[in-house]
Design a binder for this molecule. Structure first.
Ligand code: IPM
Ligand code: MG
Length: 371
């Protein structure tokens, strides 16, 4: 199969983790005889440095032409502490989401059995967690009218939603719920916000078309409590843009490391796959970042391209490296390997058939096991 993938490494640890996912993609193409053409593009602080723009037009064109986009991370501390900066790296990602119409951000949270003790939450609380957040991504308060008024002494951001924007993502979430355990939780603030009341109205109406899906409604403050108190009660969480941003970071602590969570953003033109973590500036260039979230995002990308066996093989390799303890310091402070070695091992596992007894002990000394 021939596919064009746009690769957007972005800022901070983005390029390091993307490099590992590209190794894994090469392993997939070797094993399964696929031809992936990779087109690299700039976005974020690096794009501002090189072109003055967080999202150069060329990047939009490359992404539009692609079958899928693989993205690393965005953001740089030099902008974070300057609220007056007119040009910001994050604008690049927001504009790309809008340009590609990526209205559905899908963030699955699943536990790895061998990491259950890494979670800051009690095991009995998190056991059996398997949930997915469907976050609306191209509207709401992120994209509504905003500005400064009263001579700059007041500011506003508008949370706007229309019915079509709600229906299209709710449809995806209902369909996912009916394929999964049949529970959809709408997270909103309908006791206060008019836009949330519109979400409820639309979702209540749609629920009639999905008799196999049970719908429950939670206010976001209550949901924020329940996702850490009883995460296993959730199946599909459907929510608007900003609540989804917050809730999905919160759900990421369940697994023990934000470095494990992938995401897919699906929409109208192309689709984008990225780890949910940020650019982690403190770790940049140190080869210590966890590349697994990006590699798992690659698995979601492959599945989206209907390369299901390939996706499952990548996921199985990730599970194996975790089981074997071949992980970065975020998962094991005493016994760890580098970001690039994790990439090497996953790629090797994808490409070659290893048997159960292959020893990985020598990897800690800098060698790959001989096969
Ligand atoms: C995310 C990020 C982005 C967001 C930022 C970088 C604009 O936090 O993808 O969750 O808020 O959507
Ligand atoms: Mg976020």
């Amino acid at each position: 199969m021939k596919k064009r993938i746009a690769v957007v490494p972005g800022d901070g640890i983005g390029p390091e983790v993307i490099k590992q996912a590209v190794k894994v993609l090469e392993a997939v193409s070797n094993r399964y005889n696929h031809e992936f053409t990779l087109d690299y593009a700039l976005m974020g602080a690096i794009a501002i440095d090189e072109t003055g723009e967080p999202l150069p037009k060329e990047t939009v064109d490359i992404c539009m032409m692609s079958d899928a986009v693989l993205f690393g991370a965005i953001g740089h501390p030099k902008y974070d502490n300057n609220p007056r900066a007119q040009v910001r790296p994050e604008q690049g990602l927001l504009r790309l989401r809008k340009a590609l119409g990526l209205y559905a951000n899908i963030r699955p949270v699943r536990l790895f059995d061998s990491l259950i003790d890494r979670s800051p939450l009690k095991q009995e609380r998190i056991y059996g967690t398997n949930l997915v957040v469907f976050r609306e991504l191209t509207s709401g308060i992120y994209f509504g009218e905003k500005g400064r008024i009263e001579g700059g002494n007041a500011a506003f951001d508008t949370c706007y939603y229309n019915v079509e924007e709600i229906i299209r993502i709710a449809k995806m979430a209902f369909e996912a719920a009916s394929r999964r355990r049949g529970l959809l939780s709408l997270v909103d603030k309908a006791n206060v916000l008019e836009s949330s009341r519109l979400w409820r109205e639309v979702v209540q109406k749609m629920a009639l078309e999905y008799p196999d899906v049970l719908v429950d409604y939670l206010f976001v403050d209550n949901a924020a409590m329940q996702v850490v108190q009883q995460p296993s009660r959730f199946d599909v969480i459907l929510t608007e843009n900003m609540f989804g941003d917050i809730i999905s970071d919160e759900t990421s602590v369940i697994t023990g490391s934000i470095g494990l969570l992938p995401s897919a953003s699906l929409g109208l033109s192309s689709s984008l796959f990225e780890p949910i973590h940020g650019s982690y500036p403190e770790a940049t260039g140190k080869d210590i970042a966890n590349p697994l979230a990006t590699i798992l995002s690659l698995a979601m990308l492959l599945e989206h391209l209907e390369l299901v066996d390939e996706a499952r093989r990548v996921e199985a390799a990730v599970e194996l490296v975790i089981d074997k303890g071949l992980v970065t310091p975020d998962l094991n402070k005493e016994h760890f390997i580098s970001c690039s070695k994790v990439g090497d091992v996953v790629a090797m596992m994808v490409e070659s058939d290893l048997d159960e007894d292959t020893s990985f002990d020598n990897i800690f000394e800098g060698n790959l096991p001989l096969i």
